[in-house]
Design a protein around this ligand. Structure first.
Ligand SMILES: [Zn+2]
Length: 483
């Protein structure tokens, strides 16, 4: 046990999934030619006026509800004043003292232990532009991102998290919930989800908090884990050697796997917040909240539990299938169409996921439909095709979107003829005499091996039920003869 304890809080920014930007009608999209999606509003031209994006507000209410927050009925927007080249107005529209969501929580599980992480606030703001550091000392600024609706989620103070594992689990769960309810695409690599852990260390068992540092620019779960772990160790080593931790913002070098000093925070920056005069305060009525609550889908934790109790899946399978809503929906659709839950789960998490990942395709954009997967599973269970053939057919279904029944016919008839299978069995026994003798002598584990050899010898076309029957008969005969 270390004599130190880390205390970790986290700020997460999520770009919201809307058609247009927060206060103008410019398109909300990623990439594209720099400065191709800008207008006087998101470029901060004098005299331009912001118009609130209702969908963005509803997304933040939706997220707040999913994160068990109370909703502030009279939430309002404020100006956060500071100068930076990516912020042409000289202020950012944000929410200061009356954020939309307050006092929520989410539950995480680390090494089998459940833990509640309290959330202080969920608020809505606009994103800034983006600086591209080009050759030499020059920087170019792209305002396509300027004015995108951005949600910020801040953990409660004092923070509940104490380890890098907990920090990673929190971010993983948060991302899962936010993508499940459809408020963000959660793409960390595109910056749609950005995370800044802040942490300090103290002697375990004491109350007084140490000086904290904040880590910026972490764009993967791995970086969050590694960055947090590194920073905890760095602070402990510093204290152990008699040094002091300086309050500062630190960057993360993914190549060196180290944090590095960026800028010190002498004091809380003075942002001179004041109410945004161009926007009226929100009036979030109970009716509006309930209407939004009604649109919330089943949350991942609940779906996961239900998959275990209703379909008899293992906790691991249920957790994997509920990592994304589209996977969970796909799975449930196959069950409705009559698939065996465990078989469907195995196909979705196995072959299907492998192909989707290899081609970087979303399950919703795939040519495999719940119906076609159920048909394929049906062909396996009624013995029309073997597991090996099924894999080949599945790949063709994936590529061409063809009907599994037609593909099964086209790939040649199954071998059901017992005389043909008997001949194959003769050959297999001849090449596997030692194994066969062990089976005859009573080693039942060798049965499956022989089935596998038969499948191989028949190039996956042997009918599994027939193969089973023929081997069973032959074993009985040989045992009778040897006894
Ligand atoms: Zn605009």
């Amino acid at each position: 046990m270390s004599k130190y304890e880390a205390v970790i809080g986290m700020e997460v920014h999520a770009e919201l999934l809307t058609e247009s930007k927060m206060f103008c009608s410019c398109k909300n999209a990623f990439g594209g030619l720099p400065n191709s999606r800008c207008c006087p509003v998101c470029l901060g031209m004098p005299g331009s006026l912001p118009v609130m994006n209702r969908t963005a507000v509803e997304h933040v209410i939706r997220a707040s509800l999913a994160l068990n927050c109370s909703i502030t009925p009279n939430a309002k927007f404020d100006r956060k004043n500071y100068f930076y080249p990516d912020l042409p107005k000289g202020y950012q529209i944000s929410e200061y003292d009356l954020p939309i969501g307050v006092q929520g929580y989410l539950d995480i599980e680390v090494n089998g232990e459940k833990k509640r992480v309290h959330i202080r606030r969920v608020h809505l703001e606009e994103d800034t532009g983006k600086l591209e550091h080009v050759m030499g000392d020059e920087s170019e600024v792209d305002f396509n991102r300027s004015g995108l609706p951005l949600m910020e989620i801040v953990t409660e103070f004092p923070p509940d998290m104490h380890t890098a594992e907990e920090a990673r689990a929190y971010l993983t769960k948060l991302r899962q919930i936010l993508t499940f309810i459809g408020v963000t695409d959660g793409k960390m690599e595109e910056g749609s989800l950005r995370c800044e852990p802040n942490l300090s260390v103290r002697i375990a068992g004491t109350e007084k908090m140490g000086t904290k540092t904040e880590i910026k620019n972490l764009n993967s779960f791995r970086a969050v884990f590694k960055g947090t772990e590194f920073e905890i160790d760095r602070q402990i080593a510093l204290l152990e050697s008699g040094g002091t931790v300086i309050q500062e913002t630190r960057g993360w070098n993914d190549v060196k796997q180290q944090t590095f000093a960026q800028r010190t925070k002498e004091a809380e920056q003075e942002y001179r917040y004041f109410p945004e005069p161009d926007l009226v305060p929100l009036q979030i009525t109970p009716e509006w909240i309930e209407a939004i609550r009604a649109t919330l889908p089943e949350l991942p934790d609940h779906a996961c539990e239900r998959f275990v109790t209703e379909y008899g899946l293992t906790k691991y399978d249920a957790e994997t299938l509920t990592q994304s809503r589209s996977f969970a929906l796909f799975f449930e659709e196959t069950i409705k169409l009559g698939a065996h839950p465990k078989m469907s789960a195995n196909w979705i998490m196995g072959e299907f996921s492998r192909l989707l990942n290899a081609n970087n395709v979303d399950i919703n954009d795939s040519k495999i439909t719940p119906k076609s997967l159920v048909e394929l599973i049906g062909l396996i269970t009624n013995g029309t095709i073997s597991g090996k053939m099924a894999k080949e057919i599945f790949e063709k279904m994936y590529e061409a979107g063809e009907d599994p029944g037609k593909l099964a016919e086209a790939s040649g008839p199954q071998i059901k003829d017992s005389s043909v299978l008997e001949t194959i069995l003769d050959e297999v026994i001849a090449s596997q005499t030692a194994v066969w003798d062990q089976l005859i002598a009573g080693d039942e584990k060798k049965f499956g091996y022989m089935v596998g050899q038969m499948m191989k010898a028949s190039k996956g076309k042997g009918n599994p039920q027939e193969i089973n029957r023929i081997i069973t008969d032959r074993v009985a005969r040989d045992r009778a003869n040897s006894g």
